[in-house]
Design a protein around this ligand. Sequence first.
Ligand code: GAL
Length: 486
Amino acid sequence: MFSVFLLNFVVKSVICNDENHLLFPDGFLIGVASSAYQIEGAWNVSDKTISNWDHFVHHWPEKIYDGSNADVTTDSYHRYKEDVDIINNLGVDHYRFSMSWSRILPKGHSGYVSKSALRYYHSLLDELDAKGIIPFVTIYHWDHPQSIEKAGGWLNDLMPYLFASYARVIFENFGHRVKYFITLNEPSVFCTMAYTTASFPPARKLNGTGDYHCVHNQLKANAFAYHTYDRMFRKKFKGKVGIAYQCMGSFSKDDNDIVSDDLAFEFECGWQAHPVFSESGDYPEIMKKKVAERSRAQGYEKSRLPTFSTFWVKFIRGSADFLALNYYTSRLAKPLQRSSMVNWPNDEGLEYEFDPKWGSAQTPWLKVVPQGLHKLLKIIRDKYNRPTVYITENGVSSSSGKEDDIRIHYVYSHLKAILLAIKDGCDVRGYTYWSLLDSYEWFAGFTYQFGLVHVDFDDVNLTRTPKKSVEWLKHIISTRKLESPV
Ligand code: GAL
């Protein structure tokens, strides 16, 4: 456990006159985020090959709410200078963006590295450097070459090795100028969308098997990339490598239920975080036990949750320098009347609902629950021995055009929850708003707008216009003081 001295120091640096007036600790980073597929466009420019997402949206437009694709989206591939100006105008410390695997390695392997892709990302980094904005580079935010998907994608056990060699190319080419890397974005979200709900490519319903296998390979991939950095680059470049999890907060629906909220944590957050951040490594005991029991009862020879050998438990444990947390919302959990169906929710044995008191957003799955973030940060502090955490996504969708008071209130209340968690001894070093621009929202197409900056998708110039929240956020960033919005 961390020392009392350190805790006092941290608490004192979040000077608190009253709850409506908190100061950010020295060195706390505030930034904005995006991802390659959602903003770059330029899907077939230069020698880039098609990705799993290009393939999916072109072949199954009916799977996307508005039938759209991200062939052009915000066209940030061509408009990156304008975007960096916008970021600079916000006054933020950092920008989180991802690199596109099929742009950098068009053939899917590191035997051929695209010069034009390297040029593009270096130009973007040049712009950020010139403005003093710190880059946070996500190596994989859900898009990989379709040639790899054809070979099985994340269900192919060679994927961890392919990913590590892609990561090595990124470290080799950008490690001298990027000090924060995030290996993978949200393994549990990607894998359940791809193999449970089938709303992401390859849209295969392999409930209770494919989803587990996919996360298993992603955890191995992360560890491989992490150790590659450690062995080959850390001494020279002195950067940090983390992994991003989306964790929802959870509260037991019934106050007397002392099990459900912890179970919810372990099956969603612990599934991905326990193997990396816990002292013992491996999946959470309760998850191993439950999936094994259900598998046996269903006639499987062994658990549908794959097993890590002792080698892998050790190799994965500790394979991150920081925990990148993406937090949007929370849920109420209660025991599920189980069916015989083979799937992850049945293994977990919970069902979820929202508290009607929680505020709504444009997106149905997103309720405004900042207290869920505060609680989650404390759980992470306690379960994983106070790891360093960066909030790498937090944001809200709004349908109100540029008058986005909901966003101001959402960001304010979540920043406040973070500062209170820091007072409680959580080691949170930064906050990243999702997202900079209105952009392509995966299977929801352009129907949800998370951006601080509105993009006019009907205008050929894709005109960017700051929403009301921009002025408010700029003020907070420049004063480093979290004042309550009136
Ligand atoms: C996250 C994802 C982002 C963005 C966001 C809002 O899960 O990492 O790419 O889409 O949700 O829906």
